[in-house]
Design a protein around this ligand. Structure first.
Ligand code: C5P
Length: 231
């Protein structure tokens, strides 16, 4: 059993502000990308063999040098990302070895603190036969659908709603098929599998797998890191 991970890290992170691309912003003295890579490696039961990272074009060499000390025995491949997240994932997927990989994870660099047990849960479900797996947590807000004019259309029953995170796990052939068609409007990879009519399984997510998006998220990230370092 062997797993490959794709890390789309090519976003500029405009909502976060600052000079550096989001994945290179530091928390606790290390970049979000380093934290994400460390989390994947700590998930020992996931049996990670290869990591492909999509980065902002022009930063490939700098990112390679940054990550080399943290990659250990992993095969580390860096590729220039594309205009949209789905483009970055597709470009990275082209570098995932065609043979010997049983599960491909797609993990946002911005979900840098996803705990190892969550990562292992996703991989175990794929290896157990689920073709597409997403970590999910219940939503705490009431969610409403609104029209272009801002009027509420309806309010879905909250007990049926979840927020999904990454890493999302896939049977490799399915992920390739999902990315070979029209990816327009897709905000995650599971959505592409849903479009193919493939069942997507949820497993328990984690609050720690939140996406670093806005400046305040950096404060939460620092707090999680401090808690982990002290325990
Ligand atoms: O923009 P958003 O927060 O949804 O991005 C999720 C992840 O996708 C981030 O890790 C970001 O770096 C990555 N991304 C990418 N290529 C893009 C846009 C976003 O790899 N063109």
């Amino acid at each position: 059993m062997s797993t490959a991970a794709i890390i789309p890290a090519a976003g500029l992170g405009l909502r976060l502000g600052g000079e550096a691309p989001k994945a290179l912003r530091e928390v606790g003295g290390e970049s979000l990308l380093v934290h994400a890579l460390r989390g994947l490696r700590a998930a020992t039961a996931a049996d990670l063999a290869c990591v492909v990272i999509a980065v902002p074009p022009g930063t490939e060499q700098a990112v390679r040098e940054l990550l080399q000390p943290y990659s250990g025995p992993l095969e580390l491949l860096i590729v220039a990302g594309g205009a949209e997240r789905t483009d970055s994932v597709r470009l990275a997927l082209e570098l995932v070895p065609a043979e010997g990989i049983d599960c491909v994870l797609v993990h946002d660099a911005a979900r840098s603190f996803a705990p190892p047990d969550l990562i292992e849960r996703v991989v175990a479900a794929v290896i157990g036969g689920a073709p597409a797996v997403v970590p999910a947590i219940p939503v705490t807000d009431t969610i409403k659908r609104v029209d272009a004019g801002g009027l509420v259309v309806d309010t879905p029953d909250r007990s049926t709603l979840v927020a999904v995170q990454t890493p999302q796990g896939f049977e490799p052939g399915l992920l390739r098929k999902a990315h070979s068609g029209d990816t327009g409007g897709a905000t995650d990879d599971a959505m592409l599998c849903e479009r193919l009519g493939v069942p997507v399984l949820t497993v328990a997510g984690s609050q720690d797998a939140f996406k670093v998006t806005r400046p305040r998220d950096l404060i939460l990230a620092e707090a999680i890191l401090a808690e982990r370092r002290s325990s």
